[in-house]
Each structure stands twice: as C-alpha cells, then as structure tokens.
Design a protein around this ligand. Sequence first.
Ligand code: GLY
Length: 355
Amino acid sequence: MPTIEVRFASGARTDCVIESGALQRLPALCANAGLSGSSGLLCDARVLSLHRDELLALGAHFGDPVGRPVSESRKTLAEVEAMCEELSARRVGRDGYVVAIGGGVLTDLAGLAAALYLRGVPWVSVPSTLLAQVDAGLGGKTGANLRAGKNLVGAFHQPRLVVCDPVLLTTLPSRERWSGLAEVVKCALLEGGDLLQRCERDLERAASGEADALAPLVEGAVRLKARIVAADEREGGQRAFLNLGHTVGHALEAATGYTHFSHGEAVALGLRGMLALCEGMPERDRALRLVERLRIADGRTLDSGQRQAALEAMGRDKKARRGAVRFVLLERIGAPVLREASAEDCARALAAALA
Ligand code: GLY
C-alpha cells in the first residue's frame, strides 16, 4: 500500500500510510517521518483494552500508553487539559511529539492537546475506526465541544503522519463500520470513477469487516480527502464539499440528542435528503440506489417535535450565511456545487431523508 503525501500551503506536510499491520511498524514510520525525541502515547481506553498487547509493546518505544476514557459527552477542554498534564508528567519536550490512537473523538482531542501543549508540538494520528480513518484522521481539524454545540472550540493543527491500519477495523462493531461506510459513499459521490464502482461492488463485504474490501475503500476516500484539504486547508472553498449530506445529517443528530443515530447513519439519511434537491441530476437513481444500501440500525421515525427541532437545527448550520442555509448538492456524480436553500427546500430534504 502506498504512502500518500499531502503538502499544505501553510508549509505543513502530512504523510498518510494505509497498510495492514502498520500499527506494529509505528516506531519505524515515525522515525522515517523525522520524529524523534520524547513522545506521549495517548490512546482511547477502549482501543487500549482491545489491543492491549500491541499497544503495551509500542510503549517500549513511545513510553507507557495513556488510556483516556473519551466519549462525545467528555469531548471537553477539561479532557484536553488532562491530556496536556499527562504529556507534562511524561516530560514531553519541545523536541517531542504526541501519538494519538483512537476514534475521531480521541484524535480530535489529542490533536488539540498537541496544538496547545508547549504552544504546539508535532503529532501522529492513528485513527482506529473506519469513520476516523476516512474523515477525522486527516486534515488537521482538532477540537472539543462547548455546551452550545459540537466542535465549537479547536485549532487547525496538521498531523505529521496519519497511519491507517485496516486490521484495527476488523474488531469494530458492524454498526460502526456501516457508519464509516456512509462517509466512504459520500466520497464516492464526490469522486465517481473507481471509488464509486468499488462501493457498488464491495459495500456489504466491507461492512462485514473483510480487510481486502475495506482497504481500497479507505485508500480511495483518503486520496479524495487528501486532494481536497491540500487545495483548501482552512475551508475557504472546496473543503466545504466534504459536508455533502451533512446539513440534514447534523440536524438529525442534534434533533435526536446525538443518541439515536450514529454520525454515519445521519449522513446516510442526509445524502438521501440532499439527492431530493438535485433535480435534473444525471444518474440520480444510481446514487440513490447506493445510498439506500447504507444500513440504519434503529429506524428513522422522528416525532413532530424532533422534526421541528431538525428544521431549526438546519437553520443554525455552520454553513449558513446571512440567514440562508447552504447545501452541498451534486450537478452530477463527481461534480458538487454549493447552493442556497429555501425553508421549503430544507423541509423537502428532511422529508426525503426520513421517507
Ligand atoms: N470533516 C470534514 C473536514 O475535515 O473538512
């Protein structure tokens, strides 16, 4: 498997390695990337218990792993502070670096700790979920939640190295793999071509955890994201296309208290809603057929209060400008556009998502 090299206008550089067994080669990969000095190994406590032997073995190189019991409700600045205290206790110096192993919550928090600790040290992202491998792991968005909403505090801090090991995905619950596959399908609709064909052919095999089906999908999604974030590091333009399906998706998550839908399930429904607004799009039925294969675990019936809350959440979407909601739509597969949407469009998209 290749190393994908991403160079940013800011001068930052990220190497993405996608390889079965890469976790065991982490010390060599860090050395190849020029990382030396003292290191702090921050791990999602669940990943530490699942892969205890491998991570304890890495401790010989990086120092004892620090297991953090992270979750969406603990994605706070207090957790970032606790991580910084751990780095300080391990005497990670200005010449040192942070290694973060876990899902998107862990890598977002540890990336923010790396951005703040000693005013910034390099970091390595080792995403352990499919969702994090194809989205959160690459692109340098780090963050924590505030009471008012998700990811309202954070920093851009590009990891020096992203290491995606498909072996880590085989122990994931199937629902989490489906969640990540929604982001892969989103990438396939943004890209078309080989990634789309692979999704159409291998979606269910990937969902059941077959590494030979998963690895090329991870690679295709990472290549697309790498190209987009390299061209638009700070989301001034095309990086917003990565929010395809997310206007309705974020609203569904918020309206149901972030408990009913996984992120990917909400994105899968958001993609259906988005397609309802793509009038005249060639191959819309093809796109819809693929999106409808994405599995939603617990049904998609919302009561009228939740529907109203979802509509209100769409109006508050981060991409809204001067009161108008902006949707990423598709002119055709592989050709996204940003369009303002009326209140009727929002209602139509929500109805199609939940139909
Ligand atoms: N998750 C979208 C982005 O990284 O921009």
